[in-house]
Design a protein around this ligand. Structure first.
Ligand code: DGY
Length: 416
């Protein structure tokens, strides 16, 4: 093993809290949904048993309606806000009340295809839970059967303060009775790399409103923030296809019919994301009933969903104009680009991974390799940071970040 291989494995082990891995010590001291699933891909490179445990632990917090929460508070930690009291979901184990992009089925498929009979048995045991989580998305978050699922909070997208949410979030009126709060994130990392107070007031307003409504399903209709996130929908479509492959593998015939119906419904609905004048994919604001104005790298997850066409391939290179590394979350030519602030320009390697894998599958292997090479250079120069400045490659956010280490092990490191 090279020393970076060793360092990456040591980061996973160091952030292991017993059955789950924290994204990074301090800033994120609990189990996060999409982090854990993607981190399982890293564990699988040297400990398949531990990889499955990561996902099983996450699903131990699945709600009876099928939702998999975005944070599971396995044990108390005063170093993070908002904690379980603020969410008020009254679950065991304690959890938040919103979800995150559903990468689980795609990760489980990768594990089972790389694993042995033991992996097969554990994936089979997870299958009903995965199916329930997809059914939750396609019913609770798409109650009218439109083919697009709705996101109710920027944190559900995993891309918290992306400029894609600026307009939709600005419409959220900060609650006059907003409970006072003390942020903890800005005590761990430079505030210039984190969301602003105006954004946080709105994040907390949404949490407070949903809690007051008892986390009932009708928040899908009443939330002032309702967006069909291009990232979440592309990730869900890919996960539906991977779930279908698992259903076929396990002989789950009834499930295949249900999953195929979800996939069929998505196809025509996804046209809403595409700006016909540029070919770029944008999220769709359900409140204003229009595409959000700012395109972000989430639009390139169309490749991960298997839907990126030649036109979209031709837009990947220009997206890198004026940056030294890809794939920036926002194009540097965009007035809202900020190379250091959370989701407003920096690079996340998990997003790069999904885009590159999708590009490879779409036949754009050279472009996929460029993304992978850039990702390797970033880690080699800066280390295993949470995210990276696309202009100078500086490491930003939390250090020794688990999913960055996992991407090194599962995707980036040189090798066959
Ligand atoms: C945070 O606290 O920054 C998280 O992204 C919310 O999930």
């Amino acid at each position: 093993m090279t020393s970076l291989d060793d360092q990456a494995a040591a980061i996973l082990r160091g952030n292991d809290r017993g059955g789950y891995t924290v994204p990074t010590a301090g800033l994120y001291p609990f189990q996060w949904n999409w982090d854990s699933c993607l981190v399982a891909l890293g564990w699988a490179t040297f400990d398949m048993d531990r990889a499955f445990t990561e996902i099983e632990t996450l699903f131990s917090a699945q709600w009876p309606d099928g939702m998999v929460p975005h944070i599971v508070f396995h044990r108390p930690d005063p170093g993070y806000f908002p904690g379980p009291d603020r969410w008020g979901t009254h679950r065991t184990p304690a959890s938040s009340g919103i979800t995150q992009p559903p990468v689980a089925a795609s990760c489980v498929r990768r594990l089972v295809e790389a694993g042995d009979a033991q992996a097969e048995a554990r994936a089979r045991a997870l299958f009903p839970k995965l199916l329930a989580s997809h059914r939750w998305f396609h019913t609770v978050r798409d109650p009218d059967g439109t083919g697009l699922v709705t996101t109710l909070h920027p944190w559900e997208t995993g891309m918290d303060n992306s400029p894609a949410w600026d307009e939709a979030l600005a419409r959220v009126e900060i609650a006059a009775d907003l409970e006072p709060y003390l942020r903890k994130d800005t005590g761990h990392v430079d505030p210039a790399m984190r969301p602003t107070k105006a954004e946080y007031d709105r994040y907390m307003t949404l949490v407070q409103r949903f809690r007051e409504q008892g986390w009932r399903h009708d928040i899908t209709r009443t939330s002032p923030f309702r967006v069909a996130d291009v990232g979440t929908n592309c990730i869900l479509l890919r996960a539906d296809s991977d779930l279908l492959a698992l259903a076929i593998r396990f002989g789950e015939h009834e499930a295949t019919t249900e999953i195929r119906a979800w996939i069929d419904r998505a196809g025509p609905a996804f046209a809403a994301f595409v700006d016909p004048s540029t070919g770029l994919w944008h999220s769709y604001d359900r409140v204003s009933q229009s595409r959000v104005p700012t395109p972000t790298s989430a639009g390139f997850l169309a490749f991960w969903a298997g839907l990126g066409d030649a036109k979209l391939v031709s837009l990947v290179e220009p997206w890198h104009d004026r940056t030294s590394f890809g794939v920036p979350s926002v194009r540097a030519t965009d007035p809202r680009f900020d190379s250091k602030r959370y989701w407003r320009g920096p690079i996340w390697l998990v997003v790069s991974f999904m885009i590159a894998e999708g590009l490879r599958e779409a036949g754009a292997g050279a472009l996929a390799e460029r993304v992978r090479n850039d990702s390797r250079t970033l880690i080699e120069r800066a280390g295993f940071f949470e995210y990276f400045d696309p202009l100078d490659g500086a490491g930003l956010g939390g250090p020794d970040f688990t999913w960055t280490a996992a991407m090194w092990l599962a995707w980036i490191r040189p090798g066959p």
